[in-house]
Design a protein around this ligand. Structure first.
Ligand code: KDG
Ligand code: MG
Length: 402
């Protein structure tokens, strides 16, 4: 029997911080897993190094489901982003190994192709409406069939989703940047720029928007209703998701499709959203929702309720997650769309991935396993740097959801 012989945890900041697990079997086969939890990276690195690695050594790498159950049920403490990200890394690495042992790309192990390619959306943004329109134009020229649009709200510094130069979500070094937030100013401004995008470019592509948890349910209902004529592909995270019930309020008032779940970690976190058909797209990801084993379970539940997939894929999810996501997206029947932002050049020096972009779609590598390699020598050039996401404060100084 083959055994897990080595488990290495790498933390490096090539462009942004990534935590990567590499498992090696007694037969010399390696597998990679992403364990990155943006802004809380070292907690997962320690969970892996201090608590999971000792449990993994000597185990049979072929028993993916059993190891998943062992780590999940065996912890006693369940769910949550740190636990589920650590389990995800192990699970993803085991699928990578299984693919290499079988000589098959992972999507073949998941049932084979359901589609030729995976439609993705790109991130257009601008400091004002004119700049946003230019950026949408750029994405359409690149061949994207779907574009997310975000613009800075006038007089509100630091709106979510607007690039500063080439950098997306410029996580400040050392301590989080604090950014002001004004809900009314956003509600006055955002519907207008979404309408301007449709006016200029028409309806021949999918348009998306991320509210990033900023509204109350009734504000989100108003927003969704107001932008119905823009026929959005989705309105994302309109309100914080801790209370799944609150989506009923949004739902009752608008036919704008809803996408939720990038911060959620288990099937229980999305259970009511899915079974009560409160959302249209589930955004849970391989890395933050327990790996391929658990995410596939979530997607299967979603399929029963005509909820489609739309996995999170910002640049703080490593190329290992992107590759794993594209394998799963290629195989599942209820795929909707995949988020895609190209990683920084430095990231590409450390991770070599066989995922390719063409005609608005991502394509899996036909290499056995996930088709990603980690260059630890290159990673040494990018030592860990602490960085945090911004924190939002309302105009009266109180903390808001970011
Ligand atoms: O780490 C948090 C980011 O990944 C998140 O803010 C990005 O909302 C996001 C998105 O939709 O990509
Ligand atoms: Mg989002």
């Amino acid at each position: 029997m083959s055994k897990i012989e080595r488990a290495e945890v790498f933390v490096a900041s090539p462009g942004r911080t990534f935590v990567t697990l590499r498992l090696t079997t007694s037969d010399g086969v390696t597998g990679l897993g992403d364990a990155t939890l943006n802004g809380r990276e070292l907690a997962v690195a320690s969970y892996l190094q201090d608590h999971l690695v000792p449990l993994l050594l000597g185990k049979d790498p072929a028993r993916i489901e059993d190891i998943w159950q062992y780590l999940y049920r065996g912890a006693y403490w369940r769910r949550g982003p740190v636990t589920m990200t650590a389990i995800a890394a192990v699970d993803t690495a085991l699928w990578d190994i299984k693919g290499k042992v079988a000589g098959l790309p992972v999507y073949q192990l998941l049932g084979g192709r359901s589609r030729d390619g995976v439609m993705v959306y790109g991130h257009a943004s601008g400091t004002d409406t004119a700049a946003l329109l230019d950026d949408v134009d750029r994405f359409l020229d690149l061949g994207f069939k779907a574009v997310r649009a975000q613009a800075a709200v006038p007089d509100v510094g630091g709106t979510y989703g607007v690039r500063k130069g080439k950098v997306y979500e410029p996580a400040a070094s050392s301590l989080p940047e604090e950014q002001p937030w004004d809900t009314e100013a956003y509600l006055r401004f955002a519907p207008g720029y979404l309408a301007a995008v449709r006016e200029r470019f028409g309806f021949g592509f999918h348009l998306l928007h991320d509210v990033h948890h900023r509204l109350t349910p009734i504000e989100a209902a108003r927003f969704g209703k107001q932008v119905e004529d823009c026929r959005l592909f989705w309105m994302e995270d309109p309100t914080p998701v801790e209370n799944q019930e609150s989506f009923r309020i949004v739902r009752q008032h608008t036919t704008t499709p809803l996408a939720v779940g990038e911060v959620l970690n288990s099937i229980w976190d999305v259970q009511h959203l899915i079974t009560e058909q409160l959302i249209d797209y589930v955004r849970t990801s391989v890395v933050h929702a327990g790996g391929l084993t658990h995410l596939r379970r979530i997607f299967d539940l979603a399929a029963l309720y005509q909820v489609r997939t739309g996995s999170h894929g910002a640049t703080d999810l490593s190329p290992v997650t992107l590759a794993a996501a594209v394998h799963l997206d290629t195989a599942v029947p209820n795929f909707g769309i995949q988020e895609y932002m190209a990683h920084a050049d430095e990231t590409g020096e450390v991770f070599r991935s066989g995922v390719t972009f063409a005609d608005g779609m991502l394509h899996v590598s036909e290499e056995p396993g996930l088709g990603v390699e980690y260059d630890e020598k290159a990673a040494e050039r990018f030592p860990y740097q602490a960085r945090y996401l911004p924190v939002a404060r309302r105009l009266d100084g109180s903390v808001h959801d970011w």
